[in-house]
Design a protein around this ligand. Structure first.
Ligand code: HEC
Length: 202
């Protein structure tokens, strides 16, 4: 009889313990969930200065990687006069010039996002003359040659040329045509390709 009562007390106590622990646990889970909600809301909101700063830095880095020549046009244009070979004799340079087809065949890429919509359409349907160096100049003027910047004077003449990280470290997804598409920066396949080509030359 006595043992039975103790048993009942004990189970009551256990039940109480169980319920209160479960309740406290729920409470804690709810607290954590609320905190997570709060954190993700903060992350998603535009007014988080840390995230804003991180985003700005990524944007700035991407711009540098894609478009900053670090002044190397003094070398490529200034010393090597590469721009003269690109535009060719008929446009005031030297030699036959470099057509987009030639450029694409040596691995240069065209950034489809830099092209006006109409030109994208014409390219897709093969209505752009890719054998004409003048087209290369037009692409340079649009800043559409990945990793290469043409420097033009006010009269639209190519005066120099510089290169960027993207020349060797970016490719495109060929969405419009082979070698023409959306930029893929820091693409490991591209680095493997460039490195392999370099080692083959050795
Ligand atoms: C002319 C081509 C070329 C240009 C331009 C170039 N790189 Fe490279 N980069 C390479 C090659 C090739 C390698 C691989 C070197 C090797 O493994 O021998 C490399 C390696 C690297 C690596 C090391 C990658 C790794 O995983 O080990 C980094 C980082 C890098 N480059 C960043 C840059 C940045 C930033 C710029 C622009 C400021 C730049 N590169 C411009 C060709 C280039």
């Amino acid at each position: 009889m006595r043992m039975q009562r103790v048993g009942i007390y004990l189970s009551g106590l256990l039940l109480l313990l169980f319920v209160s622990t479960a309740f406290a646990h729920n409470e804690a889970t709810a607290d954590v969930a609320a905190q997570v909600d709060q954190d993700s809301a903060r992350l998603a909101s535009a007014d988080d200065p840390i995230l804003d700063n991180a985003e700005d830095m990524i944007e700035e880095g991407r711009r540098t990687f894609r478009f900053d020549t670090f002044g190397d046009e003094d070398y490529w244009g200034g010393q090597l006069q590469l721009h003269q070979a690109i535009q060719g004799a008929s446009l005031g340079g030297v030699g036959p010039g470099v057509s987009p087809n030639t450029a694409l065949s040596v691995g240069l890429k065209v950034d489809a996002d830099a092209l006006p919509r109409m030109l994208r359409g014409q390219l897709k349907s093969g209505r752009v003359n890719l054998d004409d160096p003048a087209t290369t100049l037009a692409l340079l003027q649009l800043d559409a040659v990945v990793g290469v910047t043409g420097i033009f004077d006010d009269g639209g003449n190519l005066r120099s040329i510089g290169i960027q990280c993207a020349l060797c470290h970016s490719t495109v997804n060929d969405s419009l045509a082979p070698g023409i598409g959306r930029r893929l920066d820091g693409c490991i396949e591209e680095l493997v390709r460039v490195t392999a080509a370099r080692h083959r030359r050795k």
